[in-house]
Design a protein around this ligand. Structure first.
Ligand code: ATP
Ligand code: MG
Length: 217
């Protein structure tokens, strides 16, 4: 774990960082610089006892689980794949909202493929989530793990369908794909290392409370 008098919060750049700024402000925390313009991976704040670390979105649970960060903000998509081991998830922050969806090329008859028991090739970053989803429907799948740009896979014959996050559907539309089934709604949650929650309770609880009320809970 981090030093006992130091609180480390793990965040990812981009959407989650932007949407976290108001929550940080509510907790009286102002970052010393923006991770978008700075190349620093450790960013100080107006509070001498609070620092931010900037990590890949999918790495946030790992840093918090191992106590390299006391707190973090991670999408439900990332938490479901990680499994949530060693983490408390005290607050759904209601930010970075989107939906985990099955999408297919326009014209692919997904309900018919499911009805006739076809074996589907599914490309996704979210293999565990996808495996569970299709198993619960009794659909046989071959899962193909990708790390990004899932939309390309059906266009070049790598997969029949994809499982990906969708907000406006603009990227799907631009690639002649359509969302056909929702797997789960997604938003970002505050995660807390379980040992930190006990040992640094006095410093962490006010941050949890401020985030909770700023999130309207
Ligand atoms: P990297 O770009 O580092 O590989 P990433 O592509 O997973 O990581 P982002 O695309 O910035 O990172 O997504 C970070 C998180 O934001 C996701 O885990 C998810 O919870 C949320 N998110 C992703 N796409 C959307 C979206 N279209 N609308 C709202 N929230 C989203
Ligand atoms: Mg990205």
């Amino acid at each position: 774990m981090n030093q006992i008098n130091q609180i480390t919060l793990a965040l990812s750049k981009g959407r989650i960082f932007e949407e976290t700024l108001p929550l940080l402000a509510a907790a009286g925390i102002t970052p010393a610089e923006s991770p978008e313009s700075s190349r620093k991976l450790i960013i100080g704040t107006n509070r001498a006892d609070v620092r931010l670390i900037i990590v890949r979105a999918s790495d946030v649970p790992t840093y918090v689980q191992h106590g390299a960060a006391d707190l973090g903000i991670a999408g439900k998509d990332v938490l479901v794949e990680h499994g949530g081991e060693g983490l408390y998830q005290p607050v759904d922050l209601n930010i970075a909202k989107c939906r985990m969806m099955v999408a297919t090329p326009v014209g692919f008859d997904y309900p018919a493929a499911v009805r006739r028991g076809a074996r589907l090739r599914v490309a996704t970053k979210y293999v565990d989530t996808a495996r569970l989803h299709f198993a619960s429907k009794g659909v046989h799948v071959d899962l193909i793990k990708l790390y990004g740009s899932m939309e390309l896979a059906p266009l070049v014959g790598l997969a029949d369908v994809i499982v990906d996050l969708v907000s406006t559907g603009g990227t799907l539309k631009a690639n002649n794909l359509v969302a056909v089934e929702e797997i789960m709604p997604i938003s970002s949650r505050l995660v807390v290392n379980q040992a930190s929650m006990k040992l640094k309770h006095e410093a962490i609880q006010p941050i949890v409370d401020a985030f909770r009320s700023a999130a309207g809970k």
